[in-house]
Design a protein. Sequence first.
Length: 156
Amino acid sequence: MAENFIISLGFDGVLAHGLNLKRKYAKEWFEVDLELHQTKAPGFDALMKKLGKTHNYRSLMDPLNEQHIMEYEIPKDCISVLTKLHAEGFGFVVTTFRSAHDYPYAVRFVEAKFGGLIDATYNSSSPNKGEIMERVKPRIHVDDDLSNWCHLRDTH
């Protein structure tokens, strides 16, 4: 059954958890304690505006990705489960909606932390996301935010 069975995995929230990292560096760099809803762009930007600070979400995320990407947390048992499934013949690809700036850092993380388990990493925020999924033909996609995928509902 596993032969030619491709599983697509999201990056942020699936393979890499950045919540604690965002909170750590927001405290260190901007002297703020982030609540959960403030770890995404709208909440972070609203907090900075409320506090009268000129920083925005990119002020947090650019240096976080550029200098601290390897500090993202890998979920418990993630590597062992992927290793077991890979040994049974399952294949894995990463499909992420990261920006063009953030995408190369995700690729670097995947190569360093999941070397040999992940066949490829694709940036699905590009205009050809439907073509990517049609070419890869994953049987399953695992993501923490499926709203990113609603527009591809009628594709492979």
